[in-house]
Design a protein around this ligand. Structure first.
Ligand code: FAD
Ligand code: UDP
Length: 374
């Protein structure tokens, strides 16, 4: 059968490979001039440093099958994401751990003492946090909330934390030991030759035809089924309105040597307009010493306009209502599956994206084996 896949990010590439391996032909289109979607990496022409073009990407997962899958296409180099944060003129360790707590309060507490101390700081009257602020206050109390979360979150989302869902903060751990690994997953690493090289290898299989610089809206063709990883609202011509996104602007900093001494430095004070600075050569510690120069991206978040790249789905009440109306339209659409970050309007990490793409292809292949339509 002949399939069309819209988008050459992880979603599209994984589905294309699975279908092609099962003997089908697949046309993959992407309107950008490169593959790998927002995970795109490329070496900087001037310095040779591997740049994460659309912001820092660290691979982490608890899904053994997904980890084995990516390791088929690259060597995953050891990498642990250790984030530092500037707040009120001092540098701290994130996610909030025993070091952070002792730094902020000027103490030398041990784990049990710190747990009791933070419990006493936390708002015990908030039993079921209704929003981001309540979640933070019930978890870490006023002082840590103000130091690390309030200002950063207002910059990142352009909203007051009382308007945001509690789930956004639940992504971050709180630790009463000195473990400063930003992620809690058992598998973590950085691809030796970048993410774009993984996607290139995933797509490098007989039966896959790739067309870059090509919009789905501009192609014709008779396809047994379309897997669409573009924006859901765009597929329907925005007829119910636009789903809200945050977009990012990156301001490039070039310097000699080492600019900030680490890969990611968050700026938690609201008075500083950017949210974080990423220094890309530190994402490849195994290449340390190879480059004289350095390249950093200063990151600014703002509301996504019609001509901007959508990054973070906002998912407030208004968007959720619009989303369910679009989902109803999507269910009626014949021969189309909506996949990935944009197709399902959800914040998906790479590992979940790959898992869901494997499952989507698997379900289609299972239907075909049963003699059903894809
Ligand atoms: P995308 O990568 O967005 O690919 C979709 C593709 O479809 C795009 O290339 C687009 O050009 C194309 N397209 C859309 N519409 C059309 C059309 N009509 N015609 C043709 N082409 C079209 N995840 C992690 O696991 N770890 C991280 O550290 C991490 N950091 C992140 C940092 C930032 C700043 C952001 C925004 C995300 C981060 N993520 C991270 C999430 C990660 O980027 C996503 O999981 C991943 O990109 C999703 O892949 P996708 O294929 O669904 O979508
Ligand atoms: N956050 C914060 N301060 C920080 C880091 C994160 O307030 O220093 C909040 C912010 O609202 C962010 C959320 O926690 O959107 C989740 O953080 P994560 O690091 O997962 O953000 P992402 O990688 O998605 O940008």
């Amino acid at each position: 059968m002949h399939f069309c896949i819209v988008g050459a990010g992880f979603s599209g590439a994984v589905i294309a490979r699975r279908l092609a391996e099962a003997g089908h032909t697949v046309l993959v289109v992407d309107e950008r001039a490169h593959i790998a979607g927002n995970c795109h990496t490329e070496r900087d022409a001037a310095t040779g440093i591997m740049l994460h073009r659309y912001g820092p990407h660290i691979f982490h997962t608890a899904d053994r099958e997904v980890w084995d899958f990516v390791n088929r296409f690259t060597r995953m180099m050891p990498y642990v994401n250790r984030v530092k944060a500037i707040s009120g003129g001092a540098v701290y360790s994130l996610p909030v751990n025993l070091h952070t707590i002792n730094q902020v309060f000027g103490t030398t507490m041990g784990p049990a003492e710190a747990r009791d101390f933070i419990a006493a700081q936390a708002r015990r009257d908030i039993v079921e946090p209704a929003n981001f602020e309540e979640q933070a206050l019930s978890m870490v109390g006023e002082r840590l909330y103000r130091a690390f979360f309030r200002g950063y979150t207002r910059k990142q989302w352009g909203l007051d934390p009382t308007e945001l869902p509690a789930s956004i903060l639940k992504r971050l751990p709180l630790r009463f030991n000195y473990d400063d690994n930003y992620f809690a997953h058992p598998f973590q690493g950085m691809p030796e030759e970048g993410y774009t090289e993984i996607v290139r290898r995933i797509l490098d299989v007989p039966g896959v035809e790739l067309r870059l610089g090509c919009r789905f809206e501009d192609i014709g063709g008779d396809f047994a089924h379309v897997f669409y990883s573009g924006p859901l609202d765009r597929f329907f011509g925005y007829r119910l309105g636009r789903l809200g996104y945050r977009t990012l602007d990156f301001e490039e900093i070039r310097a000699e040597g080492d600019f900030q001494g680490t890969a990611v430095l968050n700026y938690c004070d609201e008075a500083v307009p950017w949210t974080r600075i990423s220094e890309h050569k530190h994402f490849a510690p195994w290449e340390a010493g190879r480059f004289d120069g350095t390249v950093c991206f200063r990151e600014y978040s703002r509301l996504c306009g019609a001509a901007d790249i959508p990054y973070y789905p906002i998912r407030l009440v208004g968007e959720k209502r619009m989303l369910s109306d679009y989902v109803a339209l999507a269910r009626q659409a014949r021969n189309v599956s909506f996949v990935g970050r944009l197709g399902t309007y959800r914040y998906l990490d790479m590992d979940v994206t790959i898992r869901e793409a494997m499952d989507a292809a698997g379900m289609t292949l299972a239907r075909l084996r049963e003699g059903l339509a894809p």
